[in-house]
Ligand binder design. Structure first.
Ligand SMILES: Nc1ncnc2c1ncn2[C@@H]1O[C@H](COP(=O)(O)OP(=O)(O)OP(=O)(O)O)[C@@H](O)[C@H]1O
Ligand SMILES: [Mg+2]
Length: 196
């Protein structure tokens, strides 16, 4: 069985995964699986967790459906979602991109989605702490994990950067991101309502 190149795009909600994956899939001629949409369309949502304002999916069933698509695809596959790093089997992954975004910029994006305050701050804290990078590095060898800081650039620029990396081996000039050291992060955390 020939496995096509598989690119996983993960990161905190609102970091631009779907926007960039859509552009990139056109550039690469790849199949794009947006996990949240795909799991609703195919009936893998088992519960609507109203309290946490999120959907619970059957990870086993979703994971095997995605594996099936990958194994049958003649095209490269992009799997996009904030739990994609936990869903695609490591040996299938060619490269995993963790999208990062300045938390003080991410806040506005999450607020325009009308998320609850709890959900906004849960995501901001996860981004500040680099939770998804940490999780990804526990599952995937670091040689396959690349953090992409999308802050201050357009989605086309981000897609082009990743395209150049995939097609031309052009390395991203980015160190591991640590928002904790930024004064803007401290200011953001000081604005956090203490009643959450
Ligand atoms: N450089 C960038 N790359 C991608 N998206 C960007 C960029 N700059 C701004 N955006 C904007 O960020 C917003 C969030 O993007 P998007 O919905 O793709 O995020 P997501 O990571 O897929 O979120 P979710 O996990 O909730 O699906 C969009 O309005 C998008 O246009
Ligand atoms: Mg998305």
């Amino acid at each position: 069985m020939t496995i096509p190149p598989v690119y996983v795009v993960t990161g905190t909600p609102g970091t631009g995964k779907t926007t960039v994956s859509t552009i990139l899939s056109e550039r690469l001629g790849a199949r794009h699986i947006e996990l949240s949409k795909f799991s609703i369309e195919k009936g893998y949502v088992t519960e609507d967790d109203v309290k946490r304002d999120t959907k619970v999916v059957d990870m086993d069933a979703l994971g095997s459906a995605v594996r099936d698509i990958i194994e049958k695809s003649a095209l490269p596959v992009i799997v996009d979602g904030h739990y994609a790093h936990d869903l695609v089997d490591e040996p299938l992954i060619s490269c995993l991109f963790v999208f990062r975004r300045q938390p003080w910029d991410l806040k506005g994006v999450l607020e325009t989605r009308h998320y609850s305050n709890e959900k906004v701050w849960e995501n901001l804290e996860a981004e500040i702490m680099g939770v998804i990078t940490g999780e990804a590095l526990e599952l995937i060898p670091s040689s396959k994990v690349i953090e992409v800081d999308i802050s201050g650039q357009s989605s086309d620029e981000t897609a082009e950067q990743i395209y150049d990396l995939i097609e031309g081996g052009v390395a991203l000039d980015k160190p591991i991101i640590d928002w904790v050291t930024y004064p803007e992060t401290l200011r953001l955390l000081l604005s956090r309502p203490c009643t959450l």
